[in-house]
Design a protein around this ligand. Sequence first.
Ligand code: TRP
Length: 451
Amino acid sequence: MSSPASPRSTWSNRWAFILVTIGSAVGLGNIWKFPYMAGSQGGSAFVAVYLICVVLIGLPLLMAEILIGRRGKGNPVSAMLNVAEETRSSPWWGIVGWVGVVGALLILSFYSVVAGWIVDYLIKSISGFRVETAEGASAAFKALLANPLEMALWHTVFLAMTVGVVARGVISGIEKANKVMMPGLFLILVLLTLWGGIAGDMGAAWDFMFAFKAHDLTPGVMLAAVGHAFFSLSLGMGAIMAYGSYLDRDSSIASTSIWVAMAGTLVGLLAGLAIFSLTFAQGLEPAAGPGLILQTLPLAFSHMPGGQGFAIFFFTLVLFAAWTSAISLVEPFVAWLTERLGIRRPLAAWGTAAAVWILGIAVCLSFNIWSGYTLFGLNLFELLDFLTSRIMMPLSGLAIALFVGWAMGRHSVVDEMQLQGKAFEAWYRILRYLAPLAILLVFFHALGWLG
Ligand code: TRP
């Protein structure tokens, strides 16, 4: 066991940690996935349950992951093993760390491809790309999917951008990148939402997202919202654990987590309002599915005065958000390679990139040349998403709740959490009972056992 007292670099201050954790949480999940999920899952019903889930399940698990990371002072695998050893729990808990480390890389392989689409659309926007009709917009997107070389190129560029930061190390690379990018992201997003208020139909967007309609509230919508709360807060994959391991003892885990959850949710809601107000103003369909951003928005941009500048702003924002999230997907494994095997950070980072790059190339091909190769009717892209979001994430989130709630023992948890009274009791009970039960429901639903 590496001693918790061994010198280990930490974030320069609490705000730096909050900033990078927000950077991890806010990504394609909030800006690309949240609007299309809300758009196709009953709008306000989804949004309402999602918000409740963020508070009741996501936030407590966020605290639990930071707690394990900081107590274990290491990459997710070592952190789980260290805390398990300290609390005389089984070393089998280390598997949770492994599931996270490997799962994060699997997510990254397709996340990087989708982020590559964003790079592609950013470049297109800069060079004056316009679409006049819905058919034109969907043809442009289909043309991209049919072109493995173009996708592979931008996937490569995005992955290199990501690993370039990780290779320089957490403090000098990740923290510096986030310090510049996150405030920029907020600024662009606020401008974008203001623009949505001027050029779009903010009233319709507001109604769609917040005028609660009880009849849209089905078990399917509820479970989809639980799952998305997970993905959007980067939970269950060791990313938050890895970042938490660089947090010093003096920072309060609870208030830090509240900041992260609030800021992350705010970004998602702002993005939703901006996107839906534009979508509605153009008479477009909110339930367009995963293609919502890349098919519907370019059309809206093309019909709007100043649309080109707007498009460039928007795709830059999405790219920044995806970048800071992707960094947190690489860090857990790179931390393991450097801490456990003693491999130098740049080598560990670029070696990891090579493996992810190859899988990502296969993902690019799964949309075209290899689209015929499927398993359970899913191509490689869909399969990786299914495996990570529906199987690995819920299971490892469940394990993390059980580990902190039952295995660690109250004494260690109280000592690390530094939270007293009713707030502690509520959090602890949620981890012991509510979160595991809710996650099990999501899991059984995802596998179709609950219909
Ligand atoms: N939360 C990010 C998003 O919304 C994606 C992400 C980054 C993630 N790190 C993660 C998801 C770890 C699950 C686990 O885009």
